[in-house]
Design a protein around this ligand. Sequence first.
Ligand code: GRF
Length: 203
Amino acid sequence: MRLAVLLSGRGSNFQAIHDAIEGKRLDAAIVCVISNRPDARGIEKAREYGYDAHVIDHKTFGDRAAHEEEVLRVLDAARPDYIALAGYMRLLSAPFIERHRHRILNIHPSLLPSFPGVDAQAQAVAYGVKVSGCTVHFVDEHLDAGPILVQRAVEVREDDIGETLAARILVEEHRAYVEALQKLATQRYTIEGRRVTFHALLK
Ligand code: GRF
């Protein structure tokens, strides 16, 4: 399974995917890493590991379409089977999503459909839910809304603030992303409406 990773920051989910591949827990190859931010720690790591790493700084393009065109050009050359958004802080346009329908994945730090958008962990604490978690989903035209692949739950503690909950959710994010990717790599699946159903193992 050929995988592209798009990121904007720290890159701990990218790191988890890299570690899982190295540890033979994930049957995939990272064929390119793209950051829209030149200072992202994640893209530094990608270079250190010797990946095909690209900074495509959105600030240097006239508009969203021009930036996406360049991202798509790099993706076309890398020919990924799946595109994993790992803390990629740019919204993708409808034509971009349509071009890679059911091939773009995202991870979000809540149990969707609760708490989409920014600061999901702080939203969960403020709302007073007792359980939150993370969701790996296909990307569609709506924010944090596409068909769900994997979710993992995390208990919210009485003394949690956004940051403490975020730290515990992050541990589960790393597991959930690897689990979702490994399922895609090894299992047949069907998508009906919003529902993703995994079938028997391929091998
Ligand atoms: C994660 O919390 C992820 O759920 C959200 O952005 C954050 C990225 O963290 N979409 P990292 O860059 O992978 O460390």
